[in-house]
Design a protein around this ligand. Structure first.
Ligand code: UD1
Length: 421
């Protein structure tokens, strides 16, 4: 298991290419299970989560071929209706194969994804929505056993609260259902519109994705498509904040401001300059200290929970006191004690974190706890004095493509080193 050694204090200058969005790529990959024809995806990041999902799809009969950032997936026949625990437990989003298997095969057995470091993360909304579409669902020994003899049927479904996964999963199940499905209080994340664009290009009839009411007219089959995955807004925000903490001026190629939602104004309020340019997003720190800004995490277009840890890292050296409220996940402050090891002044009280800005953090050995939290330690290290050693790099490999080389190319002193103990 590698670690990442970072020597802080070097400003960043140059270009960082933004990869395709992990959270979109893995959903469109699952969507390909709905078609007997070959689907070609481009701008697919080469990440552990993507490789993991390829393994799962192959288990269901998909012929998968990768060529750089292109991925071709072809499932002429579903060869297994079972998604085993060993694969599903490693990546929660793989639970979403349940809907497509059910839609295409009328039965499926999929392992429950289990808990996760950032909170309980149940799948009750997913299961209720599938039941509303006519599926019979039983739970047995950690597996969901589902059947829909005669096919799924369109329904009106109103989600009690916003869930990205449940919105996407229900969409995946409803495209091949008989009749019309209407989703109320749907999530509006850009990845949902990307998934709908891909499905519509395959022949689905989805209207309103990206808004809170989505209408889906069921079709009998889906065809082939070539789809390019949208740029990763979380990776975009992460590198923008790396500039915020380390200083410098960087172009995030392929990135777009409109994907950032409320994160854009919060980042600008700190004093970071962020503009669209011909080649992508230009991010500049003007030499002055960043200002403390308060944030509350919300579903899109609100401030994304996936950038909360990174924003907190940036606030540890801002001018003033920042209050951060996490409303999406109940246990998403695990990076705070690690940042404190670097000298950060953070006080946690339930959902609320208060961060008092310091002059500078000091490098320290720190441990990554989940994907986004790990990146907050990396960017904290880029601004800190001395060396920061981030262990448990496998978390970062799940979600940040070519992290070390992207940072090295803009002048950061970072290096992967083999774990010694
Ligand atoms: C997705 C993203 C994740 C992001 C999150 C919120 C992927 C692969 N992951 O996760 O990076 O942090 O959206 O933007 O796209 N909940 C329930 N019951 C359910 C479903 C969800 O109680 O059936 C709860 C969750 O525990 C959480 C909240 O709803 O507290 C939001 O979760 P959700 O939007 O579903 O997140 P994911 O789709 O898991």
């Amino acid at each position: 298991m590698d670690r990442l050694a970072i020597i802080g204090g070097r400003p960043l200058y140059g270009d960082i290419p933004i990869s395709g969005a992990k959270n979109s790529a893995i959903k469109v990959m699952v969507a390909t299970l709905l078609s007997e024809e070959k689907v070609s995806l481009s701008n697919v990041p080469d990440l552990a989560d993507v490789r993991q999902l390829m393994r799962l799809l192959e288990n269901h009969g998909t012929i998968a071929e990768r060529d750089g950032n292109r991925l071709s997936l072809h499932t002429p026949k579903i060869t297994s209706r079972v998604a085993p625990y060993d694969i599903v437990r490693k990546m929660r989003a793989s639970f979403n194969v349940l809907g497509p298997l059910l839609a295409r095969e009328e039965e499926a057995k999929v392992s429950l994804p289990g808990g996760c470091a950032i909170g309980a993360r149940p799948v009750d909304l997913h299961l209720k929505a599938l039941e509303a579409l006519g599926a019979k669902i039983e739970l047995d020994e950690g597996y969901v056993i589902a059947s829909a003899k005669g096919g799924l049927k369109g329904a009106e479904i109103s989600f009690p609260f916003v869930s990205v996964g449940a919105t996407e999963h229900t969409m995946l199940a409803a495209v091949l259902a008989q009749g019309k499905t209407v989703l109320q209080n749907a999530a509006r994340e850009p990845e949902i519109a990307d998934l709908a664009d891909c499905l519509n290009a395959m022949g689905a009839k989805i209207k309103g994705a990206g808004r809170s009411t989505i209408e889906i007219d069921g079709v009998t089959s889906l065809g082939s498509v070539a789809h390019s995955v949208l740029p990763d807004r979380i990776e975009t925000g992460a590198y923008a904040m790396a500039v915020g903490i380390a200083g410098g001026e960087v172009i995030l190629t392929n990135a777009r401001t409109e994907l950032l939602g409320a994160a854009l104004s919060s980042l600008r309020e700190t004093g970071l300059e962020i503009e669209d340019s011909e080649r992508g997003l230009r991010v500049k720190k003007n030499g002055k200290k960043l200002q403390a800004v308060d944030i509350v995490t919300q579903p899109f277009p609100g401030f994304p929970t996936d950038l909360q840890a990174l924003f907190m890292a940036m606030m540890t050296t801002a001018e003033g006191t920042s209050s951060i409220k996490e409303t999406i996940f109940e246990n998403r402050y695990m990076h705070a004690p690690e940042l404190a090891r670097m000298g950060a002044d953070i006080h946690i009280d339930g959902q609320l974190a208060t961060v008092r800005g310091k002059d500078r953090l000091k490098g320290a050995p720190v441990m990554a706890t989940d994907l986004r939290a790990s990146m907050s330690l990396v960017i904290a290290g880029l601004g800190a004095e001395g060396q920061t050693m981030v262990s448990r790099l496998y978390h970062l490999d799940r979600g940040f493509e070519n992290l070390a080389s992207k940072l090295q190319n803009v002048g950061a002193l970072v290096e992967r080193v083999p774990e010694t103990d």
